[in-house]
Design a protein around this ligand. Sequence first.
Ligand code: PLP
Length: 369
Amino acid sequence: MERYDPRKLPDMPEMMIAGPGELHDEDLDVLGHQVIAHYGDVWTQIHQDCVTALGGLLGAADPPYVMPGSGTLCLDAAVGNLFEAGQKVVVANTGFFGSRLMEVATAHRLEVVEFPVEAGAPIDARAIGEAAVGAAGVLTVHVETATGVRHPIEDIAEAVHEAGAVYVVDGIASVGGELCDVDAMGIDCVVTASQKGLDGPPGLGVLALGSGGRERVEARSRRPSSFYLDLKRWDWYRKEWGSWHPHPVTMPTNVMLAMYSSIRRICEAGIESWVGSRAALAERCRQGLIDLGFESVARPGYGANLVVAMWADEPLEILGHLLKNHSLMISGGLPPLQGKSIRVGLMGRTATDEMVDRVLTGVAEAIRD
Ligand SMILES: *Cc1c(COP(=O)(O)O)cnc(C)c1O
């Protein structure tokens, strides 16, 4: 059998893809240490500090849940705990990940009403609020990773509440890189993951409840049909085993420590200033590509901070040139922009001016050749 030493894999490019990002050296160092026990005084304190930091970043008074798995696991948890089979939800089809939210809701036997959204356009808050009348909930992404569009979650939350529904946000491509303030914005549930805007390694999902989400979880007629994803089970462990083992399953301690190391960096900079610098970096990237003749998929004012998507005629040639001549990996398109776009991810160690400039240089060559 092959012996895979990750330091010696052949020709691994530097990543500027739409997630995950590369780890900062100090977080990588944390990840590479010995496994520790996922219980006991030391671990309980680490877990507590991590949950507190995430609650602070998300502006959520209700302590967020951190679950081993990817972001999608927590989308499953959100839908499975806030809704019950047969309830109606309105889901914004903003692109690949919006349409995946529809699939998640369908898998939970909800009645799904599609709210179509044109690629590049923001969700119309008033219109989705009107569509939500009579529905139990509304689900949207904050940033649609396929189009690089940031959607107006605060306005949507207000419109959804006026309609009497709860609002669930997929913040996997936004949290850490955009302001997403659960309590202040009136979001009932937001989900994110360790490996995108939080700059951590892949492996953890995060779910935070606002007051409306908490009410739903408490008011269910029956427990969710999943053991692992039942939030009341996670609550029970927090309360009854809190001083020793505050979660029902084994935690990937290294991954959590590495994520804590990266979110500490964000917290120390201050979330607003951190988001401001990601926004400036995204602007440098977007404007640089516009100067080369590309057109932004996102309409002006709605371009996201962690992923820049541009219309492109020959995306595979651009990707190939960057890979071959610069050892840089960016992303191509996802539906509905597959084969029609390029995307640059601004996450983790490579989210710097210098790296963006290297991408711009490479893209300029690719379109000249
Ligand atoms: C990456 C991404 C996902 C999927 O996250 P996983 O961690 O791979 O499960 C879902 N939604 C959005 C908006 C994403 O960017």
